[in-house]
Design a protein around this ligand. Structure first.
Ligand SMILES: [Zn+2]
Length: 257
């Protein structure tokens, strides 16, 4: 089953959103995971999931928004995780490239959300940019034992991949793997155990070749899985089946509802 494991459909206007889902289904995409960037998106995302049985969401606070995280938001998140279409906590993480929030705040907010996820028995969707060292230190904390994670749009390099493979981490492959100059992103593909690979678009960003520079759409996860198959030296159908099984293993709460 072909699933776009990371698409920010909330960033499209409602009409575009419906058209994007339709176009993706026409190309064989059968599932969509939409990660929030802040808790205030919860109602909108839940409503979207309620209208579409093939859409699931993750709820949480993105590192860019970490400064908006309030006391009590952890409890609010815990409550929201009980809703059937919420299959993960996310998008959470660290971004030391943009530094939209102070690093200490980003770390505290990620850590708290990881604890909420562990309590709920759900995985986390992780954004990690220019923050490998702090990230490894954070997730190695004994309080986060048992954390399952999807490092989405992975571009952390071979050393980071090796460190993460030792943990229960999945690697989201995005349109970046189709970029001509992205050998550093592709080189981890043979290194990662196949059972840990996912495909995503990161809509509306990172459109794969031949759509590069245009707004990305979930339909283009086809180009991502095709390239992944080529890199692995397997048939496209095999890569679709593999990444689909991996998705439902990690996001075990996803499924017919
Ligand atoms: Zn994202």
């Amino acid at each position: 089953m072909l699933v776009d494991s990371h698409c920010h459909l909330q960033s499209l206007d409602p009409e575009e959103r419906e058209a994007a889902l339709e176009a993706a289904r026409e190309r064989g995409v059968e599932g969509f995971l939409v990660p929030a960037t802040k808790l205030d998106e919860a109602d909108e995302l839940l409503e979207l999931c309620q209208r579409h049985g093939d859409v699931w969401c993750a709820l949480g606070c993105h590192p860019h928004e970490a400064a908006t995280w309030r006391r009590g938001d952890g409890e609010r998140l815990s409550e929201l995780l009980r809703e059937p279409p919420v299959v993960a906590v996310g998008e959470i993480g660290l971004d030391f490239y943009y530094d939209h929030a102070p690093r200490r705040v980003q770390e505290r907010v990620m850590r708290e959300q990881c604890e909420v996820a562990i309590d709920a028995g759900l995985p986390v969707v992780v954004h990690n940019r220019e923050s490998n060292e702090a990230m490894l230190e954070l997730i190695a904390h004994p309080a986060l034992d048992g954390l399952a994670a999807d490092f989405h749009s992975f571009a952390g390099g071979k050393e980071m991949a090796a460190a993460l493979i030792a943990r229960d981490v999945y690697f989201g492959m995005s349109g970046m793997i189709t970029f001509r100059a992205a050998d550093n992103v592709r080189e981890v593909i043979p290194q990662v155990p196949r059972q840990r690979l996912l495909v995503e678009t990161d809509t509306p960003y990172l459109a794969p070749v031949p759509y590069r520079g245009k707004p990305n759409r979930p339909a283009y996860v086809v180009e991502v899985v095709e390239r992944l198959a080529a890199e692995l030296g397997i048939e496209v159908e095999e890569a679709v089946a593999l990444t689909g099984e991996n998705f439902f293993r990690l996001y075990a709460k996803a499924g017919p509802r």
